[in-house]
Design a protein around this ligand. Sequence first.
Ligand code: DC
Length: 651
Amino acid sequence: MEAMEFLDLPPLASARGTVRLPGSKSISNRVLLLAALAEGTTEVRDLLQSDDTARMLEALQALGVKVESLGGEAYRVHGCAGNFPVREADLFLGNAGTAFRPLTAALALAGGSYKLSGVARMHERPIGDLVDGLRQLGADIAYLGNEGFPPLQLQPATIRSGGVVKVRGDVSSQFLTGLLMALPLTGVETTVEVVGELISKPYIEITLATMARFGVKVVREGWQCFVVPAGSRYRSPGTIFVEGDASSASYFLALGAIGGGPVRVEGVGRNSIQGDVRFAEALAQMGAVIEMGDNWIEAQAPQDGLKGISLDCNHIPDAAMTLATTALFACGPTTLTNIASWRVKETDRIVAMAKELRKLGAEVEEGQDFILVSPVKAIASPPEGIDTYDDHRIAMCFSLATFGTALRINDPKCVGKTFPDYFERLATVTTPVPVIAIDGPSASGKGTVAARVAAALGWHYLDSGALYRLTALAAKRAGVAWDDEAGVAAVAATLDVVFEGESIRLAGEEVGDAIRTEEMSSGASKVAALPAVREALLFRQRLFRRAPGLVGDGRDMGSVVFQDAGTKVFLTASVEIRADRRYKQLIAKGIEATISPILQDLRERDERDSQRSVAPLQQSADAELLDTSALTIEEAVARVLGWAKEAPQKR
Ligand code: DC
């Protein structure tokens, strides 16, 4: 099996800044389909570039619709006036519900032999209510797999004109959306009656608003009855701009509400046609300070902390997920109700959110259509990472849990469904907990300097060499040879160690001195050369990064473990001076010693640490060189503190 890809997010100290949002997924895919069905050519600007829109674009092209890329986020779609040039096609739509449902409806009424399929999860997402609606009009649709689910086979059929179509509205609003967008293809008046309570109403508003831009006015009576008038046909509006994605906005607004702010999103605002802008109201209810303009929204943390809320989320089903992780930082529990639709999305989102929130130490209660999340004082960061279930929103929601701790996100690329550069954008509006990385060869004095710098700043301190020494010691005790890579890596992954001030306990036993012997120095250097061992210790080291800051010392602090450290120092001294310092240390401890074997040993270790294939000891280009051969400890500490003071956060 291929190794699971992951992304380690640094713990965040604060959030502030402005983000220009990517285009709305919901609007993008509706606009593409209507532009294809319309008469005339449409120039679409600010289209979302993501997996879901790519599936729609591919499908339209496979149907013979000419789509020109105009560079950036602009496209020109040559409408086919309701007649797709290709009458027989096999369409793969991935996991894009916003492509699958409306295309099913449009193709069933347009006529032709079409097979529609998707990824395995798409085949578990219901579509029966839509198929039932289309069959009432005479459409010929067969299930190729399970009854009620994709994949589907459509065949040409005689479409019955006009009348009333009934469709269920309580599983997914996309069925109604699909029907409404396809009905103008019949040219006669048709009435759609919704059976059951219509969920996610704001998405229907997006559908109606987008249809109106293309010249079709649906007459609506409440939320149960929709009439598509006779003679309706789509005409290109010329140029159309896609609004920013209001669901994507939710993560940044929540960042502002949790991490100080203000964080501003541009591309949606007061005039948005997307229901998810009302997420801002939910944040305001939690206490956040919200401001809104025509085309922007801004969120700031309240003076006295966020409050837990109880909210019916029918109107913001997607953005509501963001509330579930924001709830971790409130001062009371948050209950989100009327979210049964979560169960038929990219994954069963109620199950997935509950499971992953529990990994952070949250108390969670879940039911058929609700979730209750209690706040967590100190968020626990699971070493195995947060699983994302091929669900972009889970990955993005959980990035909020990094206020306070580093967090590993598994399969982070799933954000590509709607927001391929989400994590890069996240970095532009957040400041991580600062790190000073001090690397250098053995006995250079970096341990002493690093510990004193940490004490001076009141920051945490990581002696990463101790972890390699502990691994060597634990391996020896477990009878695992130091060259047995898999064996030592397993030992490293499960090290039971507690650092407390000067004390280091391995499986409960004090080992501060036991790991400092020459034997363990040599063992540490050997196990440190094994890639699997370094991998096993990577996230453990990152977890030491906690507010207000961390000073890490080792060989690869700046080059691998904390690449985004604001201050990087390469601390060294000539090998003779280092040998002399080590000699004096040993004598002072009453240990007999002679210079020449120490010198010899240091040279060998330097060689091994700097020649190994992974994370070799090297001064990286962005590190300050600090040669302590002629410096006192105090002078070296002062130098590092000076650099740290000047350091801008490198992100
Ligand atoms: O700093 P130290 O002497 O305690 O380190 C012990 C060994 O661990 C040393 O041989 C190099 C290795 N090490 C490493 O490879 N990477 C680190 N970040 C720290 C130490």
